[in-house]
Design a protein around this ligand. Structure first.
Ligand code: NAG
Length: 383
């Protein structure tokens, strides 16, 4: 065999190999595309389906039961969401954001996209807590109650249960109220972190705002005072609230977090989850670091950890009364918790409105500093 023959065979081999591998890459590439399209179509089908049901008029009649059967069918389908590629680098945060948004079954929120809201309020609420949402809408959540000309927007983030009934009711509520984000994540104390991730990611992608208040549905919020705070503190990055410093990561009980979930022994400083403020720019920085596949179950401590990673300064400020069990009113209140009794919520609102000049003075109320007149407030009043 001549040396040139050897070259010939070698060259043919190389050409053959290249052809095979090019075809292989081409085939695989197409297959991925087809799979992805398939998932997308399935997803759209489900989405349209829920949307149809959502838009139907729902009445207490035979129709309702057929909708509930359909809902059951829907939830028995394994949800095919946008493909969850496990993200390695921080640069594919866009894919992670997309994944977070894919958990929204419907977005009923009525908003003005031409406006920059001074304050966007995102409230985590259990799907069954309609009474709490209504109380908020009618009291401190109502625009008629505050003196501000600044715009704010109130949004509730709710999730699903295995029942079809709450799903139908929430669709109805959302259709009327237009302030609900409904997620396909299960209502579960341990999954509250996911609600926060989806809520904040939604905020970033859908609303223009200066600052965001994340809260729970058992709080009272003084919107005038918060807007005042935002206007005075016109800064780029910030995370404000009632700070919790050097909290231990619990290994037992309701608040336990395993080493596997979270490596540290002490949480970074964080703000109580009942209500805290983040500036727009901080929300942007944090959503880039969110990963639904890397969470731990204490939602407020999780936010603190992400703020720490994003190098956002956390500041404890006055006005966040998170353990206000006597329902005491203080003039600088921004968030008060718990405000579960209707009377307490109304009391705080009235006192706030008198102080900002929206309601006329009321001498009996002025003497009262707590709604729940237990020991502490009585002593104070008698002073
Ligand atoms: C919010 O922050 C982002 C990132 O810093 C910026 O691009 C955007 O314009 C800001 N939006 C508002 C309303 O200030």
């Amino acid at each position: 065999m001549k040396i040139t023959d050897l070259f010939f065979f070698r060259r043919t081999g190389v050409i053959l190999l290249s052809v095979v591998s090019i075809c292989g890459v081409f085939y695989l590439n197409n297959k991925i595309k087809v799979d992805f399209l398939d998932a997308k179509i399935k997803n759209e089908k489900q989405y349209n389906y829920v949307n149809n049901v959502f838009n139907q008029k729902m009445e207490e009649n035979a129709e309702t039961s057929s909708i509930s059967t359909k809902m059951k069918e829907y939830f028995q389908l394994k949800p095919t969401l946008v493909q969850t590629t496990k993200s390695q680098s921080q640069f594919d945060y866009l894919a992670r954001e997309k994944e977070a948004l894919s958990h929204i079954i419907f977005d009923s929120v009525e908003k003005d996209t031409s406006v920059t809201y001074t304050l966007l309020i995102i409230i985590s609420s259990h799907v069954n807590n309609r009474n709490r949402r209504d109380r908020i809408r009618e009291s401190w959540g109502s625009i008629f109650n505050w003196v501000t000309v600044e715009k704010y927007l109130l949004v509730f983030v709710v999730a699903r249960t295995s029942d079809a009934k709450p799903m139908i009711e929430i669709a109805d509520e959302a259709r009327i109220r237009r302030d609900i984000l409904y997620l396909d994540i299960f209502e579960d104390f341990y999954l509250l972190t996911k609600k926060v991730i989806v809520g904040l990611t939604w905020a970033k992608s859908n609303v223009k705002f200066k600052a965001l208040l994340k809260g729970d549905d058992d709080t009272f919020v003084n919107i005038d005072n918060i807007i005042q705070f935002i206007k005075i503190n016109d800064i780029i990055d910030g995370y404000f609230g009632n700070t919790i410093y050097k909290a231990k990561v619990r290994k037992f009980g309701r608040y336990q977090v395993s080493k596997k979930e979270f490596k540290k022994d002490i949480y970074e400083t964080y703000c109580s989850g009942g209500g805290f403020i983040l500036t727009n720019s901080s929300v942007y920085k944090m959503t880039k670091l969110f990963d639904l596949n890397k969470i731990f179950r204490i939602d407020d401590a999780f936010v603190g950890e992400i703020a720490y990673q994003a190098e956002i300064p956390v500041r404890g400020i006055k006005g966040f009364y998170m353990y206000n069990n006597n329902c005491k009113y203080q003039k600088d209140v921004m968030v008060s918790h718990p405000a579960l009794i209707i009377g307490c919520n109304d009391f705080l609102l009235k006192k706030s409105l008198i102080d900002n000049g929206k309601l006329p003075r009321d001498l009996t109320l002025e003497k009262q500093s707590c709604y729940d007149e237990k020991v502490v407030c009585k002593i104070e009043i008698n002073k």
